[in-house]
Ligand binder design. Sequence first.
Ligand code: ADP
Ligand code: MG
Length: 440
Amino acid sequence: MNSAFDQLSIPLRRAITEMGYQKPSPIQTQAIAPILAGRDVMGCAQTGTGKTAAFALPLLHRLEQAHTATLPGRPRVLILAPTRELAAQIGESVRAYSVYQTISSAVIFGGVSLNPQIEALRKGVTVLVATPGRLLDLCTQRVLSLEAVQSVVLDEADRMLDMGFLPDIRKILERLPERRQSLFFSATLSPAVTELAQSFIRTKPVVIRVDPGEPAVERIRQRVYFVDKEKKYSLLKWVLDNPHCFRVIVFPRMKHGADRLCKQLSRDGFPAAALHGDKSQGARLRALEDFRSGKIQVLVATDIAARGIDVDDVTHVVNYDLPDEPETYVHRIGRTARAGAGGEAISLVCAHDRQALREIERFIGRGIPQEQEQPFHSEAARTAMGADAIRPKRSGHNRSGARPSVHRSSTQAASGALYPPRSRGTKPTQTPFYARRKPC
Ligand code: ADP
Ligand code: MG
């Protein structure tokens, strides 16, 4: 009886046991007790460390104990998320955790029709998950009031700032009651994030920093493939041809690049979908669902659209174009090796990428091994990096030739299927799911 989960109600414990949560992650261990006690919490932890359960479980427990009726349009718990996908994911988790409770929840975000959301609010929603813009719209239309909010969660606060949500968050804060529980989560703590935390949190918070041990980048097999620009696409197809690359996220630089690449891939027999901000909400959700279920092999995504997406068993991340910001590289490759699975990150590097590659390597503190034994290798691109740019390290793990290394989920090994269905129960679990993140 010394797990943070033991403090939770029986319905909650039953739900998470059925979901396969055996032990709390570090952030859950540290956050559940203070949140149950009504304290404010400020948590710094990367994505994939189990933050949703860290705040949702104790909040659901408190709601269950309180037995207070929820009035129409007056939620008691408000969870703010930066993107529609993240809001939808949190909503799904909340529904799954509360499956044996009688607590109503709803998710609201922009880009879809208002009416069903208004209808849901009218019926009375206890836990509301929302993106800032749509939340304010509904407040302005007076179908939603934040006056009854007892606990508010700001998830992925740094992303919120990156995405320019600060003015919206300020307006939301004005509508919240002074007396409330405030929970604030961010992967990084820049001065701007800390300032936002100070205006958001009302009382002296419990500060939790999760150091998941070995940084994620140490855990992911990273490779640089040198290639001339005009051969990039052929190299990508060659990479994707490997049957072990069965759930792959490809990052091009631009939205229109994503659409073009997606079309080409589909035409060439690689089931693909694009995920970016110009897609309709329905198309984005469908793309994610098809990717999760294994219906498509490749998700071609832009950085913003991919942030925080929780899809397990992503076997490979391919940087079709290197990102401009080195931090983005870490975010991108962090899409693989989630939830205890292995993963590989491949970067296609051309001669003009010299500076970007240097910055990434400086940021992660080491040279990325080079894979030269591939049919589209460009010696010109490699030498353009200069002798000091990358420590000349050759791929050591890949003994089976030049192909991307093998990452097989046990599901796939058992079934031999090319696109096996996602299975949470059978993934390799040598390392806890949260131990693969980069520390704050
Ligand atoms: P974050 O919000 O920190 O990115 P999530 O809450 O999305 O992380 O959790 C990442 C993944 O880990 C999800 O698939 C979630 O179901 C799973 N997970 C969370 N807590 C546990 C746990 N205690 N045991 C096993 N899996 C967990
Ligand atoms: Mg999260």
